[in-house]
Design a protein around this ligand. Sequence first.
Ligand SMILES: Nc1ncnc2c1ncn2[C@@H]1O[C@H](COP(=O)(O)OP(=O)(O)OP(=O)(O)O)[C@@H](O)[C@H]1O
Length: 238
Amino acid sequence: MTTTVRLRGLAKTYDRPVLTDLDLDVEAGSFVSLIGASGTGKSTLLRLVAGLERADSGEIGLAQPAGGPSRVRTMFQEDRLLPWLRVAANVRLGLPRSADVGGLLEAVGLAGRHRAWPADLSGGQRQRVALARALAHRPDLLLLDEPFGALDALTRVRMQLLLERLWQERGSTVLLVTHDVDEALALSDRVLVLAGGRIVRDLAVDLPRPRRRGDERISRWRDELLDELLTQEAATAP
Ligand SMILES: Nc1ncnc2c1ncn2[C@@H]1O[C@H](COP(=O)(O)OP(=O)(O)OP(=O)(O)O)[C@@H](O)[C@H]1O
């Protein structure tokens, strides 16, 4: 197994311990989701892996499959587009002149909108631009923090299908933080549950893709995971 993310003994305390002695290996090219009750440290974990914050202790190892440093991109719930730049310029930011911005916009279903302003797009379209911008850098590792959290249900499902397709085509490793157990089960090779500062459940979702949302095993896992989240929340409630 080639590992893209290797975490050992990761710990982070703010006013209270959030992550304590967390270990995790993420296989290169896999799609892994992280779920957990609110405030358990999912975003903190993502920020540490992204290098946006420092751990108090522990090791963070990131490697691309051929060795060498890993290219990491992060996408958040808010699209973080620059409002004074048109769509194409937002995607082009930081890229060489030769970059195929048109191809990227086409890949996310926004061919023809390259001259639009972010303010003239819907929430789903803006997240498509944000996704194109993240993918433009050909990341080895894509860190997604509730990227579809603000979208309506139908747009959300469309974005999930788009993300799955682009992940399959491009081969990045994905680590997705989500509150949505169904989203995690629809997309992931593994679903991790974070509680009490560490990973308490590591579920392998060995179903073919694309997955049928009504699949019996998905329903069973959903019930199991929701039970687990409720139990964990009750155990850690102040
Ligand atoms: N920069 C910070 N300074 C102080 N406390 C912080 C900081 N960032 C996070 N925390 C605290 O750490 C805990 C974990 O926060 P985090 O955002 O990682 O949780 P989460 O699991 O992503 O939550 P949610 O699901 O609600 O987004 C929370 O109690 C939060 O208040």
